[in-house]
Structures are given as C-alpha cells and as structure tokens.
Design a protein around this ligand. Structure first.
Ligand code: SF4
Length: 177
C-alpha cells in the first residue's frame, strides 16, 4: 500500500469521523468539513497517480431536470438528449471516453453499481454529504469527487462543472491509449 493511500485511509477513517463529531457542535461548518475531506481525498488520489481507462462516472439523480419524466436510473441512455439538462453533455463525455455512466439515487444503489461494473477508478458527482460518506464507504477505491452546484437549492436541478468532470477523466486515463 502506498503512503498516499494509507494517508487517505487516515483522512477518511479517522479525520472524517472526528470532523463529523465536531459538526454536531458546529452545525454551520458541517458542509465545509465535508468539502475539506473531499478536497484532501482528491489531492491524495492524484498523488497516488492511478492510471486506467476502466472508469465509472457516477451522477446524482438531481442533475436530471425535474420536469423530465424519462427514467434514467436503470439506463441513462434512455435520455432523449434534448439538452435541457447536463445529462446530455455527460452522456457525450462518457461516449467520447468509452466510460461506464450511471445515475445513482443513493448510497446503496451506488454501491450496487460499483459492484456490478467493477471499475478501476471512479469519477463521482454529488453533494458534499453524499460524496464524503461515499468516499469513506468505498476506501481504498480511487475516487475523484466533484461537488455539484445547486443554484436552486439542494436536490433540485443541480449542475456540475463539465470541465472538472473532463479533467478528472483525463487524469485517470492519461497515457492509456
Ligand atoms: S437531456 Fe433532456 S431528455 Fe435527457 S435527461 Fe435532461 S431533460 Fe431529460
């Protein structure tokens, strides 16, 4: 096990629970604590420098436009690519990079997808809470976490910086041709 991976274990299994304990007393800082854990995790995953093209891109359900009635949970490719939400762009990114792409409605489904797809690395988009707990659950798996943007509040028509998604994919798949 590399020192960076061990350090990631300390961050996720020791530092994170301590921060979550503290957040019981400093509730307003909870999201910031979670964001810091995601940030440190990403730095350490990058320092480990894993390389693979077998990447899973996991998205939160709330990135789908609320008015869209198409069911994406079992097959994101049901999307008709109308462009009203970023699912269309994310499908294109997945196709360009030959990635597995899924929408997960929660931690249990996300774990099931990971078990079925058996990727070697994950790029995960979610809110601070789901991302940080997901990183802890799946350690030592290499995951680059990207927090979503929530211009309309939590769990509703959320968005993601597509450049960050592309950058994370390029990081894992560099020199893998
Ligand atoms: S791109 Fe259009 S069809 Fe696809 S999920 Fe978004 S709103 Fe629905």
């Amino acid at each position: 096990m590399t020192p960076y991976r061990m350090l990631r274990g300390v961050v996720l299994r020791v530092y994170y629970p301590v921060l979550m304990f503290l957040s019981a007393f400093f509730k307003s800082r909870k999201e910031g604590f979670q964001r810091s854990v995601i940030h440190i995790n990403n730095r350490l995953v990058r320092a480990e420098r894993p390389k693979t093209k077998k990447i899973l891109l996991l998205l939160p359900h709330c990135i789908q436009m609320n008015e869209c009635t198409i069911r994406l949970t079992h097959n994101i490719y049901n999307c008709e690519r109308c462009g009203r939400c970023e699912i269309k762009d994310l499908i294109e990114i997945a196709e360009e990079n030959s990635l597995e792409l899924f929408v997960a409605t929660g931690g249990t489904i996300a774990r099931k997808i990971v078990k079925e797809v058996r990727p070697e690395a994950i790029v995960a988009v979610a809110c601070e809470r789901d991302l940080s707990s997901g990183l802890v659950d799946t350690y030592p798996f290499p995951i680059l976490g990207i927090t979503n943007d929530r211009p309309y509040g939590p769990c509703f028509n959320t968005r993601v910086d597509l450049d960050k998604v592309k950058d994370a994919i390029n990081f894992f798949s560099r020199d893998c041709d």
